[in-house]
Design a protein around this ligand. Structure first.
Ligand SMILES: [Zn+2]
Length: 190
């Protein structure tokens, strides 16, 4: 009778296999962090056990694959979260810039309709007509200063202004053109 040689049977690390399965699941089944975090934990456990087993445990490749998939998924998710946070942070600024743009458009209309000269203040009585139609509320609670004709309107939150300043030369140009037109075309008596 032949007795089999005494070679220790090499088993596969269950933790390493679990890590790979979870790593794949984090992408394929869209489990995201629910699978990615355990994949990373299992990967590290599997890796340590394989190292300690000194050759009696295999599955190093599985553990590495599981770890990589788990970490990549977590980085991917973190990017997604950061993008969402950035988007949410930018929204009030965008809305405020939109308000400032509408204020400038209303001021342009005032210049057009009433011939307000540069440097004059926006008459509150005239402004009420615009305010009655829509509310100019900064989404972050800032206060608006309409500014004089020929000067930019501003929000009390500095961050919102810095962007409006970029668009400002465009409005200024429109007003200059309006002013020019008014001076060159004779006024018709209504
Ligand atoms: Zn604002």
């Amino acid at each position: 009778m032949n007795t089999p040689p005494l070679v220790p049977k090499i088993k596969r690390s269950a933790a390493a296999l679990a890590s790979l399965v979870l790593g794949i699941a984090s992408f394929v089944v869209c489990l995201g962090p629910l699978a990615a975090i355990p994949a990373v934990i299992c990967g590290h456990i599997g890796f340590r056990r394989i190292k300690r087993a000194r050759g009696t445990l295999k599955g190093e490749g599985l553990a590495i694959a599981g770890l990589v998939l788990g970490y990549v998924n977590m980085v991917f998710l973190m990017g997604l979260v950061l993008q969402t946070v950035n988007h949410m942070r930018a929204q009030p600024i965008k809305d405020c810039i939109k308000n400032l743009a509408i204020i400038e458009a209303c001021k342009t209309q005032l210049v057009r309709d009433y011939g307000l000269p540069e440097g004059s203040e926006v008459p509150p009585a005239l402004w009420q007509k615009y305010e009655a139609k829509r509310s100019f509320d900064c989404p972050s609670g800032g206060n608006y200063d309409l500014g004089r004709i020929g000067e930019p309107a501003s929000c009390s939150i500095e961050e919102h202004n810095s962007w409006h300043q970029l668009a400002w030369p465009g409005y200024k140009k429109i007003w200059k053109e309006e002013d020019e037109k008014r001076r060159t075309t004779p006024r018709t008596v209504q």
